[in-house]
Design a protein around this ligand. Structure first.
Ligand SMILES: NC(=O)c1ccc[n+]([C@@H]2O[C@H](COP(=O)([O-])OP(=O)(O)OC[C@H]3O[C@@H](n4cnc5c(N)ncnc54)[C@H](O)[C@@H]3O)[C@@H](O)[C@H]2O)c1
Length: 248
């Protein structure tokens, strides 16, 4: 039996889009996967066999609920005994102007995108320290680096905040062989993109040097490499995956 068959990952925001691709990629590579999302029922039939065999667990929950985060980590530890990787992917994006942003929208985006990254990482840190092994990957965004084009100030600030958290956790956890890195995508095809006006997508593609949008599976492969590869010397880093829209 390959050792990877015993490795475990928690992926937040895994009911669709990039998170679903990441969760599927880890499962295909023999990992046990804890899916965390608001709306997992829509993908239950696809993963029923993995749920039945105990290779997958579903946590249908809001990532802003700290009691649920604690419960999720505790159930995963009870069932699988370890957490090798955490992917903080759950996120919501808005395009609201500065003038129209309400305190409610600001607070919700901050707590889903940034708060959950902090509190999930805070909950998993003692587990990974104890194991002297672990990988945390935060799904940030081009929007957190470049400044908003079509995204709201709240979204951009939350995504920039994730880059700061990546460095703070990376420094604190480095002595325990736990690495923390960020992935910053742009223009990746998801169900949300499929709802956009094709003319808008065509215009966007004109700004992408490689001349196409990205695929969720491409992001999944990068995240998998960071979690499963020989990446112990990489920490506090941000990996751009944006077709060349931002070159640093
Ligand atoms: N698609 C892109 O081009 C792109 C670009 C930059 C960054 N990102 C980032 O990648 C991540 C995934 O994006 P996506 O495009 O796949 O988005 P998506 O909207 O398709 O999926 C988001 C996922 O997060 C979950 N989610 C949202 N709020 C939640 C909450 N409160 N509790 C639990 N789960 C919640 C949803 O259920 C869904 O599974 C996000 O953090 C996003 O900011 C995406």
């Amino acid at each position: 039996m390959d050792v990877s068959e015993h490795r475990t990952v928690i992926v937040t925001g895994s009911s669709q889009g990039i998170g679903l691709a990441i969760a599927g990629y880890f499962l295909d590579n023999g990992w046990r996967v804890a899916f965390v999302s608001l709306d997992l029922e829509q993908i239950r039939s696809r993963f029923q066999a993995k749920l039945d065999s105990g290779e997958a667990l579903f946590f249908e929950m809001d990532v802003t609920d700290n009691a649920k985060i604690a419960e999720c980590v505790s159930v995963v530890m009870e069932r699988w005994g370890r957490v090798d990787a955490l992917v903080n992917n759950a996120g919501i994006r808005t395009g609201t102007s500065i003038a129209d942003t309400t305190p409610e929208e600001w607070n919700r985006i901050m707590s889903v995108n940034l708060g959950s990254t902090f509190f999930f990482s805070q909950a998993i840190a003692p587990v990974m320290k104890q194991q002297s092994q672990g990988r945390i990957i935060n799904m940030s965004s081009f929007g957190g680096q470049f400044g908003p084009m079509t995204s709201s100030a709240a979204y951009s600030a939350s995504k920039a905040g994730q880059l700061a958290l990546t460095k703070v956790f990376a420094r604190e956890l480095a002595p325990y062989s736990v690495t923390v890195n960020a992935v910053a995508p742009a223009s990746v095809r998801t169900p949300e993109m499929d709802k956009m006006d094709p003319a808008f997508i065509e215009k966007m593609v004109e700004t992408i040097p490689v001349g196409r949008v990205g695929e969720s599976e491409e992001v999944a492969e990068l995240v998998y490499y960071l979690a499963a590869g020989s990446t112990g010397f990489i920490t506090g880093a941000t990996f751009d995956i944006n077709g060349g829209r931002l070159m640093r």
